[in-house]
Design a protein around this ligand. Structure first.
Ligand code: DUC
Ligand code: ZN
Ligand code: ZN
Length: 496
C-alpha cells in the first residue's frame, strides 16, 4: 500500500519498530510542520515525497524522553555547591541522551517569596539558550498565604506543579505548611511533588556521626537510613489522605518507601512515585570507594545497601509502583573546592565532611541509555515511565509523550538497529554536561540514541556531527492539569 500526500512531508522515518506505551509494531512515521502527521504500515511511505528520509529498519523509534526532574542554574540549596550546568549545557546533554523535554526547577527566594517573580527569573535564564523543550516546577521554601494565592496565576502561565521538602534547613516545611500547600494544590489543580526524608532525624543522626568523628562520604548513607525515608513517605501519604489530593513522591530510593507507596496505591489512594537510575545502579559500595571518590555518588536520598535494594526498585518499576523514571540531574563539579564536591574538604577533614558535600549527581544524558541497555523493562514499559507517564503526570500529554498523528509534537528518539552498535564502556568524555565526572563511569552500555528529533528537526546525530540542533531551538512548554489529578470538589473538614 502506498499513501500519497498532497504536499511533501518534511521527514519520513521508514520501517522502524515504533514503540509507544501501548504498542510495538513496524510503522513509518511522516512528519510535517513539527508534528507527527502520519503513522502508516511499514514501508507504505517509501515512495512518498519528503525533504528527508531516515531509514530506521530494525531500530526502535520512540517518543522523545521526558526528564521531569532536572536541576539547572540553581543557587546553593543542597549543602555547599552550585549547579554546574545552565540551560545551555544541561539541555545539550539532554538531547544527546535522547531527552527532548525537561522540567527544571524555579526556586523561590525565601526573602522575596513571590512565585511569579521566581518563575520570571528562571524563565529568563532559559529563554533563547535551550537545546530541548522545557518547563518548570516551582520549588517552594516559604509557602506564605500570598504565595499560595499565586497558584492560580501560575496555572494561567502554564505551570502546574510545585516541589516541597521535608528536609534541608533552607527548605524543610512543617506538616501544617505541607497541608497548606496540599489544600491550595487541590483547589488550583496543581501537582505537589514531595521530597520525603525526615529532616529532624537526619540532623540528629548527623550530630551523632559528627560527635564520633565519622565524617567521610560513606557516612552520608549512614546519616539517612531507610527508616528516615520510610517515615517521611508514610507521613506524606497521611497528609495527602487528609486533604484527599494526589501527591508525587520524588526520587524514591528504598524498598521500604516503595512498599509503603505500593500499599497506599493498593488501598486506592492517589499516590504517585518517581525513581531514578542512581537507585537502580548505585549502592553504598559506590559511596565507600577509596579516598574522596565516594563523594561523586552523594545524592539524597542516598544509594542503598546492596543488590537486594536495587532489585526492589527494579521491581517497583516493573509492577507500576513507580509512575515515572527521572534523572534528578543535580550537577556539581567534583574537582572544585569552591562550588563543587571538594568544597566539603578542609584541613581538619581531608576526606571531607559528608554534611557539606553538595547533594546530587549528573545524569540527564545517561538516564535513557543506562536503563534501555539494562534490558530489564519491556520497550513499552520503558516508554511509559520515561516519556508517556511524565507527560500525563505533568499535563503535557498528548502533545508530548505520544505519537498521535495531527496532535503530538514530532519529538523522537531513534536507537541503533539491533546489532548496530558494539557494547562500550561509558566515559565522562563522551558526555555533554558541564561536569567533570559521571557516577556511571565504566558501565557497559549496549545502546545510545542514534538520532534525536525535536519537533521534526534532527538535533542529535551521533554518527554525523553529534549535537546539530541550534542553541535556542528549545521552547517553553505550557502545561495543563495533570491527567492523574482530576477536578475535586471543595474540601470539607466537617467530614472528619
Ligand atoms: N533533592 C533533589 O531533588 N535533588 C538534589 C538534592 C535533593 O535532595
Ligand atoms: Zn529532592
Ligand atoms: Zn532533585
Amino acid at each position: 500500500m502506498t499513501i500519497r500526500t498532497i504536499s511533501p512531508l518534511d521527514c519520513i522515518i521508514l520501517n522502524g519498530t515504533v514503540v509507544t506505551a501501548a504498542d510495538i509494531a513496524r510503522y513509518d512515521i511522516g512528519i510535517k510542520d513539527g508534528k507527527v502527521s502520519i503513522l502508516a504500515p511499514a514501508l507504505s511511505l517509501a515512495d512518498s515525497p519528503a525533504t528527508r528520509v531516515i531509514d530506521a529498519q530494525g531500530a526502535y523509534v520512540m517518543p522523545g524522553g521526558i526528564d521531569a526532574h532536572v536541576h539547572l542554574a540553581e543557587p546553593q540549596l543542597f549543602g555547599k555547591g552550585k549547579a554546574a550546568d545552565d540551560y545551555t549545557t544541561g539541555t545539550k546533554s539532554a538531547i544527546a541522551g535522547g531527552t527532548t523535554t525537561i522540567i527544571a526547577f524555579a526556586p523561590q527566594d525565601k526573602a522575596s517569596p513571590s512565585l511569579l517573580k521566581a518563575l520570571d527569573e528562571t524563565a529568563r535564564k532559559a529563554e533563547g539558550v535551550a537545546y530541548c523543550d522545557y518547563s518548570f516546577h516551582l520549588l517552594l521554601s516559604n509557602p506564605t498565604r500570598e504565595c499560595l494565592n499565586e497558584f492560580s496565576a501560575l496555572r494561567n502561565r502554564g505551570i502546574s506543579s510545585v516541589k516541597i521538602y521535608m528536609t534541608y534547613e533552607l527548605l524543610q516545611l512543617r506538616d501544617n505548611q505541607i497541608l497548606d500547600v496540599l489544600l491550595q494544590s487541590r483547589i488550583d489543580g496543581v501537582t505537589t511533588m514531595i521530597h520525603a526524608e525526615n529532616g529532624d532525624m537526619l540532623s540528629w543522626m548527623t550530630e551523632q556521626l559528627e560527635m564520633r568523628n565519622l565524617l567521610e562520604p560513606k557516612y552520608h548513607a549512614t546519616s539517612r537510613p531507610q527508616i528516615l525515608e520510610g517515615e517521611a513517605t508514610g507521613r506524606a501519604i497521611a497528609l495527602s489522605q487528609l486533604i484527599e489530593t494526589p501527591i508525587l513522591i520524588v526520587h524514591v530510593s528504598s524498598p521500604l518507601a516503595a512498599t509503603t507507596i505500593r500499599n497506599a496505591q493498593t488501598a486506592g489512594l492517589p499516590i504517585y512515585a518517581e525513581t531514578c537510575p542512581q537507585y537502580l545502579f548505585l549502592t553504598r559500595d559506590d559511596l565507600s570507594k577509596p579516598g574522596y571518590e565516594g563523594a561523586k555518588c552523594v545524592c539524597s536520598p542516598p544509594p542503598r545497601d546492596g543488590v537486594q535494594d536495587l532489585e526492589g526498585i527494579w521491581r517497583g518499576l516493573q509492577n507500576g509502583t513507580f509512575t515515572i523514571l527521572s534523572s534528578d540531574h543535580c550537577p556539581f563539579e567534583f574537582d572544585n573546592a569552591v562550588s563543587g564536591k571538594k568544597a566539603a574538604i578542609s584541613d581538619d577533614a581531608p576526606l571531607g565532611r559528608f554534611k557539606y558535600i553538595p547533594n546530587g549527581c549528573p545524569g540527564v544524558e545517561t538516564r535513557l541509555p543506562l536503563v534501555l541497555s539494562a534490558g530489564r523493562l519491556s520497550p513499552q514499559k520503558f516508554v511509559e515511565v520515561t516519556s508517556t507517564n511524565p507527560a500525563k503526570l505533568y499535563g503535557m500529554y498528548p502533545q508530548k509523550g505520544a505519537l498521535l498523528p495531527g496532535v503530538s509534537d514530532a519529538d523522537l528518539v531513534i536507537w541503533y538497529p539491533e546489532n548496530g552498535i558494539e557494547a562500550f564502556e561509558l566515559g565522562n568524555e563522551m558526555l555533554h554536561h558541564n561536569v567533570d565526572y559521571t557516577p556511571f563511569e565504566g558501565r557497559v552500555l549496549s545502546q545510545w540514541p542514534r538520532y534525536t528529533l525535536l519537533r521534526g528537526e534532527v538535533v542529535w546525530d551521533r554518527d554525523n556531527g553529534g549535537v546539530i540542533g541550534e542553541m535556542g531551538c528549545g521552547q517553553f512548554v505550557r502545561r495543563g492539569r495533570s491527567e492523574f489529578c482530576q477536578v475535586q470538589g471543595p474540601w470539607d473538614p466537617e467530614k472528619f
